[in-house]
Design a protein around this ligand. Sequence first.
Ligand SMILES: *Cc1c(COP(=O)(O)O)cnc(C)c1O
Length: 378
Amino acid sequence: MFPYGRQTIDQDDIDSVVETLRGDFLTTGPKITEFEEVLCEKTGAPYAVACGNGTLALHLAAIAAGISGGDSVIVPSLTFLATANAVRYCGADVIFADVDPETGLMRAHDLESAIKNAKGKKIKAVMPVHLTGQCVNLREIKKVADQHDIKVIADGAHVLGAEIYGEKIGACKDAMMTTYSFHPVKTIAMGEGGAVTTHDEKLAEKMRNLRSHGMEKRPDIGPWAYDMNELGYNYRVTDFQCALGISQMKKLDDFVARRRELADLYDSLLADLAPAVLPPMRRDYCTSAWHLYAPRFDFEVLSLSRADLMTGLMEKGIGTQVHYIPVHTQPYYKNLYGEIDLPGAQTYYEHTLSLPLYPALKDEDVEYIVQTLKEVVA
Ligand SMILES: *Cc1c(COP(=O)(O)O)cnc(C)c1O
């Protein structure tokens, strides 16, 4: 069975977790800081704050950006639920933006349209999503955001290991903060895990406090003393999760290199199915981390429904998944904001299907997957 994504765990990963379990700290220990340092190195960001998962990372970033009740935040509709939900956790409203129908990425003019349609609302931030491991054009998005005094928080759950404008993803100053997830299907696995990177030391400090009940140490009063100035949470991650994360990070470059090889292989093997199946679009300003391999399918030309293709592949042991159902069409959001027309998101959604992609896949596995795909669509 080939799932659409999965973790790669070796003996050395297991050994580091076991070693930490035998140590003094299961949580709030030295592995957290060590993991944050490794993440800074791997993303090129000066500051990193680790937390329990990618959803909490988005929430921490949103609070740190000052998002609260009465504010609105622009979120592309083509993303995982968490990006929009984090805005709702702050009591703020989501304004859904459209995306490029070919890449699923939010463009600068999608942001401009969302701003235009939101007259009278207090737009505090935009949360562009680096979908599938490809990057949104942050530079162009930042330009528009700056004109309207809007903060940019990038959802980088898919993008650990990617490069944008020739730099590591966290080095890019066009995002005020970038969030990550270390869920097992993402580039590295921690079971559950997340983080925010930033160039702003104050924001990092604020998120560190927020992740632990908003407690700020007061050594001037005494070694026991702390102030709680702001409502925080327990959004911590454990030392043994971070031990796994540190061990996994050592392999990040190899993981991403293998993902890139597999994506190239898929591209070449799928070439003769064009134009009914087109490889994922690439962008010249971005070197993708290939979290997902999601070609564009023309199910009409194939005269086959997506459900039938998924079932046909599943019967041959090949797992696939749709990333994502446009969030504005979810009942919760429809109840809140009514029917919204976002044709780019809808078109991307109707044509996408993610094929298996993870470092442990062999070349012959990809050959089998593409061969089977060709048989099912024939
Ligand atoms: C996975 C994911 C998240 C949430 O991360 P968790 O660690 O699962 O909470 C947020 N945004 C996107 C785009 C994701 O894919």
